[in-house]
Structures are given as C-alpha cells and as structure tokens.
Design a protein around this ligand. Structure first.
Ligand code: ADP
Length: 163
C-alpha cells in the first residue's frame, strides 16, 4: 500500500493545503496529514487540538485521508511507516531553497525517506496560513482562501488573537 505524509503546521489549513492533500489522495492509497507541533516559528493562532479538528472537517470527504500529530522531527515520524513518501507543495522559488535544505536534513536522519513535490495550483500560489491569519485579523472575507466549513471559526478566533 502506498502512503503519503503531508506535513505542516496548518495554522490554519488553507485551500492551498487542501489542494495538495486532495491531489496526493488520488496518487497514493493512503494519506496522513501530519500536524507538526514545532513547525511554526511564530506564535500559533490555533492550538494543536483546534488545528486537528479543522483539518478533520476539511478532509471529511476524502476516505483515504487520516489526521495525526507529531511533536518532533518529521524524518523520525516517517520511520514508523515503511516506504512512506513526504508530499509537499511547491509554491515558488522561495519554497524551493527551504525545502531543498530540509530534504538534505531529512535524508541524514532517515536515508530511505523520499520527498515528492507537487506544484502549487496557480490560484493558490500566493496563499499561505500567514496570509490567512493576517487577513482574518483585519476581518477580511476569507472566501476562496480557506475551507468554508471552518471560516466562521477562523473569524471568531481572529477577533481574540494577539500576534
Ligand atoms: P504555510 O506555509 O501556509 O504556513 P505549512 O507550513 O503548514 O503552511 O505548509 C505545509 C505544506 O503545505 C508545505 O509543503 C507547503 O509548501 C504547502 N503549502 C502551503 N500553502 C500552499 C499552497 N498555497 N499551495 C500549495 N502548497 C502549499
């Protein structure tokens, strides 16, 4: 059985993330969305439990997608699954430099681990969780940026959120 791991902080999940997860779910038998505790360098907007609930709502229609969390190094997490492939979105050259470096680090820790990059869909090239947090903090309409079923929750949280 082929297995993809889609890692990230998902703070919060965006339609850009969901696009990569959906496409991975068509290529692989199973996809694990792994929400990393330590992936955000800035203060997170959502707790890990809130992020899990939002991702679960967003992927509810994809039967072969599961959600997990991990507090540690992704390359260590991947050792639990034989032959798992990391699947990540590549938005621009700015993503490339970081991802290239991460790939080398992951290979040192777990030489068998491969990373596959899916090119971001054109309409989501400029979308990131930080853009969503920024927009939400100013009360902007998030239509077309985040899954509709979690939009209200993001707007509510943004009212109380201090960066
Ligand atoms: P962000 O960069 O939005 O804070 P994460 O750190 O959670 O998100 O990113 C997790 C993964 O999702 C990374 O591989 C990242 O490249 C990918 N990703 C994030 N946003 C998009 C997008 N708009 N289109 C494609 N891939 C994306």
């Amino acid at each position: 059985m082929s297995l993809a791991i889609c890692p990230g902080s998902f703070d919060p999940i965006t339609l850009g993330h969901l696009d990569i997860i959906r496409r991975a779910s068509k290529i692989f038998d199973k996809v694990i969305v792994c929400i990393m505790y330590n992936a955000t360098k800035t203060k997170p907007m959502f707790t890990i439990d809130e992020r899990v609930e939002m991702v679960k709502k967003a992927v509810a229609d994809y039967p072969n997608v599961e959600v997990d969390t991990y507090d540690g190094l992704l390359a260590e997490y991947a050792k639990r699954f034989d032959g798992a492939v990391l699947v990540k979105g590549m938005r621009a050259t700015s993503d490339f430099e970081y991802e290239f470096q991460m790939n080398h680090i992951n290979k040192k820790i777990n030489p068998a681990l491969e990373t596959m990059f899916l090119a971001a869909s054109e309409k989501y090239t400029f979308l990131s969780s930080s853009v969503v947090r920024e927009m939400a903090s100013y009360g902007a309409d998030l239509t077309g940026f985040v899954p509709p079923e979690i939009m209200a929750e993001i707007n509510e949280k943004a009212k109380l959120w201090k960066k």
